[in-house]
Design a binder for this molecule. Structure first.
Ligand code: F6P
Length: 328
């Protein structure tokens, strides 16, 4: 007979995302509800290797649902990539009596946990928490909605000054391999062009969209560029446009890490709450090596092997289509 789960360890790992605290809270409160002990593991895999555990009860996660960042801190651990590091982590978990794990993070976090499960069979559920929205198996990741709203707010502000000075702005948003933040902040912010890694666009195409010197051209334009753009980053593109034409007064703004912080939106708080509870209920129901997701507004469990084979969350074709129509 399978061992009953009595203690769950929860941790955050990789880049932080707004809503991670709401997910921690949901995991801990679900544990309290089902009368299981909850332990926070500090600094992700680093804390697992060092045995840095903290007992959490329903009251210890009060007043965090609205806070950005992660109360458990986060790290990207090199040591956990080694068999020796994973062995230390497993020994510490066993010593503490932690018999299941919930990880909140992105694909790097989950790949580590999948390997760990294969080696030590400690049941685990992953919760997708990253602003990039780049994970397959879920329509949304925790933090993406907040980060996109932050980018839209910044773009609106930049638009005010761009219009006042008749300037062309290149605004770079985050998204290492994914254009989700760029695509939707660009549509919502009324961008002239949106440059994302998933779509092939040539520099000439971009340049033609600006229509330098043509009668219909506007001097004030906003181009949203995803950090992972294959065409070049915002600075490079701005330089190339300036080299080709002196028509525009060009400025560049890189939004960077400000997109990672801040109070989560209602959407991210609710998503994180649902996913946290689904993670604990999944473990209690016998799930072992899965990622929770939201598909068509319903919680789903994805076998981790299916996540590995899909690799990325494709950008949706409808968004690409409407962005083109709107940029006319
Ligand atoms: O994965 C989330 C993300 O914010 C990416 O958009 C970005 O490329 C990366 O993390 C930045 O990572 P770091 O905080 O380590 O610089």
């Amino acid at each position: 007979m399978e061992k009953k789960i009595g203690k769950i360890g929860v941790f955050t790992s990789g880049g932080d995302a707004p809503g991670m605290n709401a997910a921690i809270r949901a995991v801990v409160r679900a544990c309290a509800y089902y009368k299981i002990e909850a332990f926070g593991i500090m600094r992700g895999y680093e804390g697992m290797i060092e045995g840095d555990f903290v007992k959490l009860g329903a009251r210890s996660v009060g007043n965090i649902i609205q806070r950005g960042g992660t109360i458990l801190k986060t790290a990207r651990s090199e040591e956990f990539r080694t068999p020796e590091g994973r062995k230390k982590a497993c020994d510490n978990l066993r010593e503490e009596g932690i018999d299941a794990l919930v990880a909140i993070g992105g694909d790097g976090t989950f790949n580590g946990l999948h390997k760990f499960f294969e080696e030590y069979q400690i049941p685990s559920v992953c919760i997708p928490g990253t602003i990039d929205n780049d994970l397959p198996g879920t329509d949304y990741t925790i933090g993406y909605d907040t980060a996109t709203n932050t980018a839209v707010e910044a773009i609106d502000r930049i638009r005010d000054t761009a219009l006042s000075h008749n300037r062309l702005f290149f605004v770079e948003v985050m998204g290492r391999n994914s254009g989700y933040i760029a695509m939707n902040s660009g549509i919502a912010g009324g961008a002239t062009a949106i440059i994302i890694p998933e779509e092939k666009m040539t520099f000439d195409q971009l340049y033609n969209m600006l229509g330098a010197n043509k009668e219909s051209s506007k001097k004030s334009n906003l181009i949203v560029v995803a950090e992972g753009s294959k065409l070049g980053d915002a600075n490079t593109l701005a330089k190339q446009v300036a080299e080709r034409s002196s028509y525009f007064d060009i400025k560049v703004t890189i939004l960077g890490h400000l997109q990672r912080g801040g109070s989560p939106t209602y959407f991210d708080r609710v998503l994180a709450s649902k996913m946290g509870i689904a993670a604990v209920e999944g473990l209690l129901g016998g799930k072992k090596d899965v990622m929770v997701g939201i598909k068509d507004n319903k919680m789903v469990y994805n076998d981790y092997s299916s996540i590995l084979s899909e690799k990325y969350h494709e950008i949706d074709a409808e968004s690409l289509r409407i962005a083109k129509i709107l940029s006319i």
